[in-house]
Design a protein around this ligand. Structure first.
Ligand SMILES: *[C@@H]1O[C@H](CO)[C@@H](O)[C@H](O)[C@H]1NC(C)=O
Length: 277
């Protein structure tokens, strides 16, 4: 099963991106042979559980869900390969994945939808273009969407995150209390689980792999989630190593603190660009 479940974009120069069709989860992004994403050594690839690491696709729910699994169904079902990897005139490589409603998705969320996820691998960038269409004639639906990106870092305590100063955030480690970020750059030295609201389009994370910087640009994703489980929460996760928390940081672009409301016959688009600086 594993062999046919994985799609590889290969740009040459040991620059590749690997997507597991289970959840259309990006499980590897190598730039000049350097892995940029964290995937837990304990991650389970059983085609059922969400993959612990890389970039799980969160939809149509963020967080616990009355009608289905935590963070929705998109990260636990097999997506279609709409367009196999193809080299563009620029030398960049593109692939397109898609997801439509099925009996399984309708059992949790009774709407028809068409979701496309286009990935473009450039020399030092990975582009994500998402479009969702509501084909119904009369039903409006609402949803959350988020790219749950796990960056690989040598030591999370040495990372600084820009672009959060002044933003309001929900602190899930303090029963959802709301605060305003007073720091110019955010650092992490404890269990962190925050939804920053209405953040700017760009964040930079320092001290990622090889001491480089990572730029995140996002469009139509108003929120930025910052997460690290730290020691105790890491121990509670069976698919995450007890000692792995220093080597990852989740900086997640999403539309989660308010829902996207999609009228019949309309589409919503959002995108993200990751760039190794
Ligand atoms: C979904 O809604 C349609 C009506 O719009 C209904 O006929 C169908 O039984 C519903 N399916 C589920 C799984 O609830």
């Amino acid at each position: 099963m594993a062999a046919t479940s994985v799609v590889v974009l290969d740009r040459g120069n040991n620059t590749t991106c690997t997507i597991n069709l289970h959840g259309a989860t990006v499980v590897s992004w190598r730039v000049n042979n350097q892995e940029q994403l964290f995937v837990s050594k304990q991650a389970v690839f059983d085609g059922k559980k969400p993959i612990r690491g890389g970039i799980p696709f969160v939809f149509p729910q963020f967080g616990p869900w009355t009608f289905g699994p935590q963070h929705g169904f998109a990260r636990i079902i097999r997506w279609n390969l709409e367009k196999a990897p193809e080299r563009l005139a620029s030398g960049d490589v593109e692939a397109i994945f898609s997801l439509m409603d099925t009996d399984f998705t309708r059992s949790m969320w009774n709407y028809s939808f068409r979701l496309t996820y286009r990935l473009i691998l450039r020399e030092k960038e990975l582009h994500f273009n998402i479009a969702i269409y509501n084909p119904s004639k009369d039903l409006t639906f609402s949803f959350n969407m988020l790219l749950h990106t796990y960056f690989k870092v040598p030591d999370v305590r040495r990372c600084q995150i820009t672009g959060l100063h002044g933003s309001t955030f929900v602190d899930k480690t303090r029963e959802g209390a709301m605060y305003q970020e007073g720091r110019d750059v955010v650092t992490i030295c404890e269990w962190t689980d925050r939804i920053y609201q209405n953040t700017p389009q760009e964040h930079i994370i320092t001290n990622v792999v090889s001491g480089r910087k990572m730029r995140i640009q996002k469009y139509n994703f108003p929120d930025t989630v910052v997460w690290n489980p730290w020691i105790d929460k890491a121990k509670e996760m069976s698919d995450f190593g007890d000692d792995e928390y220093p080597n990852m940081i989740c900086i997640e672009a999403g539309h989660v603190s308010s829902p996207v409301i999609l009228l019949p016959g309309t589409a919503f688009e959002a995108s993200q660009i990751l760039q190794v600086m």
